[in-house]
Design a protein around this ligand. Structure first.
Ligand code: 6GU
Length: 250
């Protein structure tokens, strides 16, 4: 997958050199580039912002550097050759007013050929950029949740990690992706390791029993209890078909 991020702080993305995603990049599974928006300015001060029309607090990002930066990440000119993907690259706008990012969206995005993240700062990007971009990209505003960050960069790091680990080959053992929080709409069950008694605390006995049916039922119940306690709103979103089948089989 190709991922481009456009930002005035490309160094924030240096953390993608390390850990699992760093390995994925070395292995050629992930082709990530951070682009400095200031490289697409034409004035000596490399200006990316200006005061808002209509007045008000803060600054707005100027449209032309964005257009030049976005044009620079478009796939090669010969877009009408037969072997080229006909779909437009997906332009993701990180913003607290976007669609909420979740595991389902991460999975959908992990199938894309190219993702472009436009990291705004200040009060945002001139709205005309989105209009201009809409015939070159599919445009999707995305939020991490109901709180405000100073810019999109940290949010984009989180999204790239959530999406990147779903690309085949990035996580060594694909089975570890199956039974984790949110994959079936519930939170994950609690886990334990040796020793079975630790500082007077015991591992639940059923997990030592070797009875796989009992263990599966215990874990399923723990998932439901934990979800009801911590995230009651998720219970309403569970797909009854999946849940009923799972719980009948246990
Ligand atoms: Cl995606 N961007 C910013 N700036 N703030 C956020 C966010 C994104 N998601 C939650 N808060």
């Amino acid at each position: 997958m190709r991922i481009d991020a456009i930002t005035i702080f490309p160094e924030i993305f240096n953390v993608l050199d390390v850990s699992l995603l760093g390995k994925a990049r070395e292995a050629g599974l992930l082709n990530f580039t951070a682009h400095n928006l200031r490289d697409f300015t034409t004035d000596v001060h490399r200006t990316v912002d200006d005061s808002p029309y209509g007045g008000g607090a803060g600054m707005v990002m100027k449209p032309e550097p964005w257009a030049l930066a976005l044009e620079s990440v478009l796939p090669g000119e010969a877009t009408d050759t037969a072997d080229e993907d006909p779909s437009l690259p997906l332009l993701i706008i990180p913003t607290p007013s976007g669609h909420v990012f979740n595991q389902q969206l991460a999975r959908a995005l992990s199938h894309e050929k190219q993702l472009v993240f436009a990291c705004g700062r200040y009060e945002g990007i001139d709205e005309r950029v989105y209009e201009w971009a809409s015939d070159k990209f599919r445009v999707l505003p995305v939020s991490l949740g109901d709180y405000v960050l100073n810019g999109g960069e940290v949010a984009v790091l989180a999204m790239i990690e959530a999406i990147g680990r779903l690309i085949p080959g990035v996580v060594g053992n694909p089975e570890s992706l199956v039974e984790e929080s949110h994959e079936d709409g519930l939170l994950e069950y609690p886990v334990y390791t040796k020793p079975s008694t630790w500082r007077d605390l015991e591992v639940p006995e059923v997990l030592l029993s070797g009875n796989h049916g009992k263990i599966a039922r215990f874990r399923r119940e723990a998932q439901l209890t934990r979800t009801a306690q911590r995230r009651p709103e998720l219970i309403l979103d569970i797909d009854p078909a999946t849940t009923n089948r799972k719980d009948r089989d246990l």
